[in-house]
Design a protein around this ligand. Structure first.
Ligand code: CP
Length: 313
């Protein structure tokens, strides 16, 4: 029996995450995708492991797919939602986490409105998976995005990926940039100048403010929504003007006469950053991304809990 394990105990950020660990997670995710195609979509891999999903920020896809991934792996899973918790009675974040983790929980999948600091991993002995921390990183989203690209193209090295929209506030953009560059893809970002971080080129990506130029260059586009909830004041003049310059419309794509792949992490604002006719077209792999999110998170939890074994095959 061959057992391969991750070098990292946690999955906090893709910045600096070992390439071999990403490769192992992706390879294992494709095996779990096959499990999801079986009549009985459940394996005993994490029987006896207790996992808590701590969500301090809203979520649809990430929370459900983490929970589903845990159930598919036969783990015991519990959910925490900030809006119905004793945080509302004044309990601190640290006390909340410490109290929950004292119930002998082995892993926690956390979404927070602020950066997850490494210090958080030190006051409790449990594996931590970052399910999105503010405008910083969303590593599991980037893993499922890379899995979806690999599924579509068969490879990542040399792929040209355009990321369009509110890059400044996007944890998805940051984790995609770190992950994709590490895997040998090229990344170019596009959006209004005030929604592109000033130091973005330091990350190793190119910038264009011309969406048509990006479409000509890219093999796939990852479209991001405008995160109004993270802006202190409005940073775009109007959604109509935004759509004209940076919206992925059917007419704009038709002018380019090329089969570009369209991705979106969700939630979508149809008619703003993407038109329905594009989101629901054959070019879009948006719902494949969602399914791959379950397989990716099964893989991440499994690999962090002990590793890959060829007995899965
Ligand atoms: N992509 C993503 O993180 O979606 P949710 O906010 O619905 O989890």
């Amino acid at each position: 029996m061959i057992i391969k394990t991750l070098k990292q105990k946690h999955l906090l950020f893709l910045k600096g995450y070992p390439k071999k660990d990403i490769e192992l997670i992706l390879d294992t995710a494709f095996k779990f995708l096959e499990v999801l195609d079986r009549p009985i979509k459940k394996v005993p891999s994490l029987k006896g492991v207790t996992i808590v999903n701590l969500f301090f920020e809203n979520s649809t896809r990430t929370r459900i797919s983490f929970e589903l991934a845990q159930k598919r792996l036969s783990a015991d899973t519990v959910n925490f939602s900030a809006s119905s918790s004793s945080l509302k009675k004044g309990e601190s974040f640290k006390d909340t986490v410490q109290n929950i983790m004292s119930m002998k929980i082995m892993m926690r999948c956390m979404r927070t409105p602020h950066l997850i600091s490494k210090a958080l991993t030190e006051f409790i002995d449990a594996v931590v998976v970052n399910a999105g921390d503010g405008a910083h990183e969303h590593p599991t989203q980037a893993i499922l995005d890379m899995m979806s690209l690999k599924e579509k193209f068969g490879y990542l090295r040399g792929l040209k990926i355009g990321i369009v929209g509110d890059i400044l506030h996007s944890r998805v953009a940051r984790s995609n940039i770190y992950g994709l560059l590490n895997m040998g893809a090229e990344v170019k970002v596009c959006g209004p100048p005030n929604l592109i971080p000033i130091n973005i080129k330091d990350l190793g990506v190119d910038v264009t403010f011309d969406l048509d130029e990006l479409i000509e260059w890219a093999d796939a586009l990852n479209i991001l929504r405008i995160q109004k909830e993270r802006m202190g004041q409005p940073l775009i003049p109007s959604t109509r003007e935004y759509r004209l310059s940076f919206g992925i419309t059917f007419e704009r794509l038709k002018n380019h006469k090329k089969e570009i792949i369209i991705m979106h992490p969700g939630p979508m604002n149809r008619g703003v950053e993407i038109d329905s006719k594009v989101a629901d077209s054959d070019q879009a792999i948006i719902l494949d991304q969602v399914l791959n999110g379950v397989a990716s998170r099964m893989s991440i939890l499994y690999c962090l809990c002990g590793g890959y074994s060829d007995e899965m095959e």
